[in-house]
Ligand binder design. Sequence first.
Ligand code: NAD
Length: 251
Amino acid sequence: MTEKIAVISGATGGIGAAVAKRLGQEGYTLILNGRDREKGLALVSQLQSDKVTAEFAAFDITNESEVNQSLQEIGEKYGHIDCVINNAGGLGGRSPIESMSTEFYRSVMALNMDSAFYLSRAAIPYLKKSDYGAIINNTSNAAWNGGGPGAGIYGVSKAAVHAFTRALAKELAPYGIRVNAVSPGTIDTPFHEQIKATKPEVFASWKNNILLNRLGQPEEVASVIAFLVSKDASFITAETIQIGGGQALGI
Ligand code: NAD
């Protein structure tokens, strides 16, 4: 059987690490991107002790030449890539639009949108060599509701990722490559570390806006991603799946 190769960006923690563990269980060879070498190598050795083949690819997802060089190395080493999980992203801070610096605006767009563009573009030649190529983008509930306080540009960047998913799905359909997105609601990961530490009562209240009355766990996003890259999802493309326990209804 041909080795199944998965590339996951921002894989060293939160949802990315949960996706790595899940796809590892599904038999994928994992290329785990991140910037923190210590965390990356710790995850690799944890996965290896569970008999998963994994390697760490240290690069900054917002750096075009680093992404291109790394993907070329991965592509040449394995000959093909079966799935790319554009997971890296984040708020990058908070700022109201009125007083937002252009630098901040660009950094948030770079982290969430440029990253998905750079990694997908560099991976396409190798995805075309797969019998079953798939790209999964990680957008957000913020793409629908415009983001929380000071996170408007985060919402804008994720809305761009949502449209990017559809655009890429159209372009890659002739090659049998499916492109889908997940749109998590509030998931309990280091993403919310600051507010959890500084305003625990606010953090605790978030569940009141969620139909299922709790936050999501990273594994609950990973399981949907595992489905979307699998043959069970063979007729699904250009789709964005909300994973928010009903949060999108805005109760
Ligand atoms: P997280 O902060 O734990 O994970 C983000 C990951 O991206 C980290 O591993 C971080 O190191 C990595 N990263 C950041 N900048 C990077 C860069 N320049 N190069 C490479 N890697 C970089 O948060 P998470 O909740 O696991 O978030 C994963 C994805 O899910 C993000 O795209 C986030 O926007 C999205 N998301 C999260 C939530 C949530 O509530 N947690 C909700 C909706 C969407």
